[in-house]
Design a protein around this ligand. Structure first.
Ligand code: HEM
Ligand SMILES: *[C@@H]1O[C@H](CO)[C@@H](O)[C@H](O)[C@H]1NC(C)=O
Ligand SMILES: *[C@@H]1O[C@H](CO)[C@@H](O)[C@H](O)[C@H]1NC(C)=O
Ligand SMILES: *[C@@H]1O[C@H](CO)[C@@H](O)[C@H](O)[C@H]1NC(C)=O
Length: 332
């Protein structure tokens, strides 16, 4: 008997492939809005471009927003909520987020444009995923494709943030574990840390490294001494900035460009956060830091892939789960 001959076999293949697709781990797809809101991605890109033109620091904010959304309760735009019906503290209130999130108003603006163009169609979670990609591209990364079809969650809890996001005090074992829980390898963790090639960190996140690092060493020995001296000077309270509300660029070489200079800096003892510098100190990750310091294209391609992967974490795609919010700050 000849196999594969005849319409029944073809239909069988088709049906089993459709079934396999609907059972896939993340049934998002490219151009989810092709029929329902064909300009969706263009509109988001437009809004992000205009916003970044006015404030070049926004790409960092948008990329971090997407990461913090997706690692906590999946990419469900839970980080955007201002309040929920339970009145519990929201993700924005958690120590990891409070007062440091940037780019929220860009998402609001894109959402408003999309509600005009195709009301109730485009989820805030998809807008955030598109915006993070557009931000990365504007900061110098090659374009990468983002799937869509996410739905927005109705829960946002500050209490869930701490256990799901890495801390600048984590050592490499803890960082590997934290990313491992989300399905990312040590290599991907190192690649994603390259996001710190743009943006800034408040002095409170690293000044212990120059002030009272340990009993034997007031200054972190893994810090380049010249850089440590400079950071201490810049973070010292003064008349104009009396408390530690100051911040410093995470990448001291090219702080506005999403590139591999972050790894060059880390190699030189200029990783701003203890967790950045730890990647160079630890023998498990040192080789990767050195590799990415020498291979800009390899890093950029893999970073795009890893960002696309983050944007698929624990998404809501079932029509019975989640919703398409009208306003990203409030559930419907
Ligand atoms: C590896 C573990 C990580 C730790 C411990 C960490 C920690 C931090 C901290 C403490 C800040 C400074 C926040 C502030 O003071 O305002 C920061 C900023 C930032 N992080 Fe991370 N992060 C990590 C990984 C990531 C990843 C995976 C991404 C994105 C893919 C990311 C993107 C950013 C960006 C873009 C900024 C700058 C934000 C801005 O300028 O507004 N980080 N991170
Ligand atoms: C990393 O930190 C954890 C928790 O503080 C600790 O138990 C572990 O020994 C540390 N690992 C290394 C390699 O320093
Ligand atoms: C020293 O470190 C502790 C935390 O380990 C911190 O609470 C304290 O403010 C630091 N002191 C100075 C002078 O920075
Ligand atoms: C000092 O810190 C307080 C919060 O502790 C903040 O509200 C205030 O804006 C800060 N002052 C300056 C000048 O940054």
């Amino acid at each position: 008997m000849e196999i594969g001959n005849g319409p029944l076999f073809v239909w069988g293949l088709l049906i089993s492939s459709i079934l396999a697709q609907s059972a896939a781990a993340h049934p998002l797809r490219h151009r989810f809005y092709y029929f329902t809101c064909p300009n969706a991605e263009h509109i988001v890109a437009d809004v992000v471009r205009a916003a970044v033109h006015a404030d070049a620091g926004l790409p960092a904010g948008l990329i971090r927003l997407s990461f913090h959304d997706c690692f906590v309760r999946g990419c469900d735009a839970s980080i955007l909520l201002d309040t929920t019906p339970t009145n519990e503290a929201i993700e924005k209130d958690s120590p990891a987020n409070a007062g440091t999130l940037r780019g929220l108003e860009v998402i609001d603006k894109a959402k408003a444009r999309l509600e005009d163009e195709c009301p109730g169609r485009v989820s805030c979670a998809d807008i955030l995923a598109f915006a993070a990609r557009d931000a990365a591209v504007l900061a110098g990364l090659p374009h990468y494709r983002v799937q869509s079809g996410r739905r927005d969650g109705r829960t946002s809890l500050a209490s869930e943030v701490g256990d799901n996001l890495p801390s600048p005090y984590h050592n490499v074992t803890q960082l590997i574990d934290m990313f491992g829980k989300k399905g990312f390898s040590a290599n991907e963790m190192v690649i994603l840390s390259g996001a710190h090639s743009i943006g800034k960190a408040g002095c409170r996140n690293f000044e212990h490294r120059m002030l009272n690092f340990s009993a034997d060493n007031p200054t972190d020995p893994s810090l380049d001494p010249t850089y440590a001296y400079y950071l201490k000077l810049m973070c010292t309270p003064s008349e104009t900035l009396p408390n530690s509300s100051r911040s410093m660029p995470l990448d001291s070489i090219t702080s506005m460009t999403l590139d591999n200079a972050y790894y060059v800096g880390v190699q030189m003892g200029r990783g701003l956060l203890q967790s950045d510098q730890a990647l160079m100190t630890d023998s498990r990750t040192r080789k990767m830091v050195k590799y990415f310091a020498r291979n800009p294209h390899s890093w950029a391609n893999q970073f795009g892939k890893a960002m696309a992967k983050i944007s698929t974490l624990d998404v809501l795609t079932d029509s019975h789960k989640g919703e398409v919010r009208t306003n990203c700050r409030f559930i419907n």
